[in-house]
Design a protein around this ligand. Structure first.
Ligand code: C5P
Length: 474
């Protein structure tokens, strides 16, 4: 796993620095190219010569020293690194990472790294429990730093407690586990949907929902860093991770088309998006005015109960009888406005039907566009068939945000939509709502089993989901 990988080992100044020697030695023995970067304090505990001898590579510490090998200064090292692990990670170095301080070689390097970063916190239990440290740890986790430990045990100060650095073997196992999990996604295609769809009423207004796209974008990133080929179909106005193919959509209909375009070759589809269940029957061509008289918009005469926005002014068709029968926006005499809605397609349920019934030609596909031709829908393609390792492609994952009877609703949706897994959160719980950086989820599987996960950052939820989906598929 580690053979040939460039691993940066950051060693900061705690007594556990002596254990970093065993870690570095193990990584080097497994064939890793290990580059040790020490803080000044760490060099007080263990001599740089120890690490130099264990790795065969120069040890970095001072920012302004003569480069030991040309281009292997902090930026060169950052570009080269496949993985980085800070062990021990003191409260001080964690605080610097959290804030982005870059005042020595290690902290500057940490800011320049783009590879996955691990940290093994090590400090006295009171320092570990301090609000400042906990805050920094939460910030770093949310930003994607993977924490290993700390363990509970005897500490250098003579008391037992939480804050002891995890043992070198555990750290090596965590790094190897990460690389192994990442390897299994190579060559697999994953489609993730994200964000709340917006269903236009007129050129400036829409019916929307509170879906922020954070969870879906975090999932796309987690799959991408695991080595999968990722297509993110998103209705959210947020950046997609580098390397992810991003398809921007606004409405449920557009999302359906985009998902069906990508579906045929997908190994996994994760429907994180909050898709609007209904959309206005018609979209007005012009902005709907608040006050008919005052706005200068000529409305069509009603039957005394309601007036219809005529095609000439708001772009909505009318039969002139003042009712809403053909799906218009109607203004009533008492000032009320009614908008008639029609159901949107349920994309996940449609995917479930295609998969279970092994339908090669879903409705609407092939008729109106080149989708079928481009992606092989209409030809045998493995949908609904057990693949070479035994799961039925694609593995379908739904999300449900609920306010009551959370598990019962999710269970019902899982069955009705023929999904393989459902991730559900109670949005009334603090830390699990829309738009936040954290989530509390339950994961339901088709075999009736269930996992309850505690509060964690959306980044962590996403990574765990990638692992759980990977486990279920293999
Ligand atoms: O039925 P409900 O909307 O609660 O189901 C949620 C799940 O179904 C989500 O995964 C969502 O992305 C998906 N869904 C869909 N198309 C819809 C509505 C929901 O794919 N029209």
């Amino acid at each position: 796993m580690l053979a040939g990988k460039h691993v940066v080992c950051g060693v900061s100044g705690g007594i556990a620095a002596y254990k970093a020697a065993a870690l570095v030695s193990a990584l080097a023995q497994k064939g890793g190219h290990v580059h040790v970067v020490m803080t000044r304090a760490a060099a007080e505990f263990v001599s740089p010569l120890t690490f130099r001898s264990l790795t065969g590579n120069p040890v970095h510490s001072e920012m302004f020293e003569e480069p030991k090998v040309w281009k292997v200064e902090h930026v060169g090292l950052a570009e080269q690194a496949d993985l980085a692990v800070v062990a021990p990670a003191t409260a001080n170095v964690l605080a610097k990472m959290a804030v982005g301080v870059a005042d020595d070689f290690l902290s500057t390097l940490l800011l320049a790294l783009t590879c996955p970063v691990f940290a093994a916190p090590a400090m006295n239990r009171a320092m570990y429990r301090h609000e400042a440290t906990q805050h920094n740890l939460a910030l770093l986790r949310g930003r994607g730093v993977r924490m290993i430990g700390p363990a509970v045990g005897m500490q250098a100060c003579g008391t037992a407690g939480e804050g002891r650095m995890s043992e070198p073997e555990e750290i090596v196992a965590a790094l190897e586990g990460f690389l192994a999990r990442r390897g299994r996604w190579q060559g697999r295609k994953v489609v993730v949907t994200a964000g709340g769809t917006r269903e236009p009423l007129d050129p400036v207004r829409y019916i929307g929902n509170a879906g922020s796209g954070k969870m879906g974008h975090a999932l796309a990133e987690a799959f991408q860093e695991s080595g999968a080929q990722v297509v993110l179909v998103t209705a959210a106005e947020r950046e997609a991770a580098v390397g992810v193919k991003c398809v921007r959509v606004m409405t449920a209909e557009q999302m359906r088309t985009a998902v069906l375009e990508e579906f045929a070759e997908a190994d996994v589809v994760v429907k994180t998006a909050a898709v609007a269940d209904y959309r206005p029957v018609r979209v007005a061509e012009k902005k709907i005015k608040k006050d008919v008289g005052g706005s200068g918009v000529d409305s069509i005469e009603g039957d005394g109960d309601a007036e219809r926005f005529g095609k000439d002014n708001d772009g909505l068709g009318t039969d002139g009888n003042g009712t809403c029968e053909d799906g218009s926006v109607c203004r009533h005499d008492d000032g009320r406005l009614s908008v008639e809605l029609v159901p949107n397609p349920d994309i996940l349920a449609e995917l479930g039907r295609i998969k279970v019934n092994d339908i090669r030609k879903p409705s609407g596909i092939g008729r109106t566009s080149s989708i079928g031709k481009q992606n092989g829908i209409g030809k045998p393609n493995g949908i609904g068939k057990p693949n070479d390792i035994g799961w039925k492609k694609p593995f379908l994952v739904g999300f449900a945000a609920e306010t009551h009877d959370v598990l019962a609703h999710a269970e019902e949706k899982l069955r009705r939509k023929n999904a393989d897994m459902f991730v559900v959160n109670d949005v009334t719980q603090e830390g699990a709502g829309f738009g936040g950086d954290t989530n509390i989820v339950s994961v339901l599987f088709r075999d009736g089993s269930r996992e309850e996960w505690p509060l964690m950052s959306k980044t962590e939820v996403a990574r765990r989901l990638v692992d759980v989906i990977g486990d279920r598929m293999t």
